[in-house]
Design a protein around this ligand. Sequence first.
Ligand SMILES: C[S@@+](CC[C@H](N)C(=O)[O-])C[C@H]1O[C@@H](n2cnc3c(N)ncnc32)[C@H](O)[C@@H]1O
Length: 398
Amino acid sequence: MLMGKIKRGARVVETAIGETLAMSRSTSSYLGNVSAKNLSNQDASLESGDLPMETSDRNREKQAREDVNAMPVVETTYATCQTAVLLAAVELDLFSEIGHGYNSVDSLALRTGYSTRALRILMDALAGMGFLEKDADRYPLSAVASRFLSTDSPAYLGQFVRVHQGDVLRGSWFQLAQTVRSGKPPAEATENVERFFESLVDPLYTLSLPAAEVAANAICAYQNDRKLRVLDIAAGSGVWSLPLARRDPHTRVTVADLPGVIENVTRRFVAQEGVADQYEYLPGDLLDIDFGETTYDVAILGHICHGIGAEQSKRLFDRVYRALKPGGRLLIAEIIPDEQRREALFPLLFAVNMLAVTPEGDTFTLSEYRQWLWSAGFGEVLTIEAPAPSPLIVARKT
Ligand SMILES: C[S@@+](CC[C@H](N)C(=O)[O-])C[C@H]1O[C@@H](n2cnc3c(N)ncnc32)[C@H](O)[C@@H]1O
């Protein structure tokens, strides 16, 4: 079930992109009709063999120009509109109401008091985006919306949608040109970091739990002596260490994170899981905290390297290596682009996100991680397939 969550989540992105591409294709086929006609004329002329070479080159150039249409520009401009539609539906809690059976425009308008015209337009758009089904005058929730966008679901991700539209992220995304000019994110992005993380890490629990369960199985298989000493750095909700703590009451976890995040988030998740007596805390800046020496069987870096950047990550790997016992393992969960940084769009956009809000953040390839880990002294560096945007990395201290 948990694996399904993230896969469905991933499919939202895929579906959105897929539909964009599908739209693009249908539009280009409209525009393409013109070029297809030109092409068939040209082919006919070419077949007749009576066109001089220069003319046919010019025709090919002309045809290539006609085949390039503006829809990628239009659709990318309107991508913001998709976000706005999703945000409005979350803010108005439409998914929960629709899930309760108010799934026609009229019944939802009656229930909420909102404009019928507005709801019809919004619900059609939500259906087009894959969050609602559409069947005559009914708009039931899609599987993704039912699992992640109804407040009735324990996997509700409304907070994830909201936090991305707040001042820190959206505010910074829309100052990107200035960030590119200066090389520095806007000042607001680096203020109140603690408050920002307090609201971000809650929904990240839902997103990362399926992969964290896979990671815990792998780690328990490697480290079969149990009674693990675990160091969860930048733990947030504790999503990566909680499955380890749950598997063995003798496992002990040390969390390093910002004081506000520990007090307001980590402790709450740890208490909910009933493992509070297995946890201890190192509140502070992870760049300064002393992690000790030869203490831990497992260290975890969950989604932190992209935020602190290459140089700090390398330094962190050195300190983690020192803190691990011989044979201990480091687990890294990250968003990793392909080696050429040109295939999957999400890791590339996530790098832009880091550019927009951090002074050094970025996304890094597997080769880069491998190189840094080897330089820190780690021997074996493996990847584990998991229901996450990228494979997990596991490095072993020799
Ligand atoms: C993106 S969240 C990841 C949380 C969790 N590991 C996960 O994967 O869901 C980054 C975490 O790093 C913590 N963090 C960021 N900068 C930090 C710093 N300088 N010192 C300590 N913790 C920091 C944040 O508070 C947050 O919990």
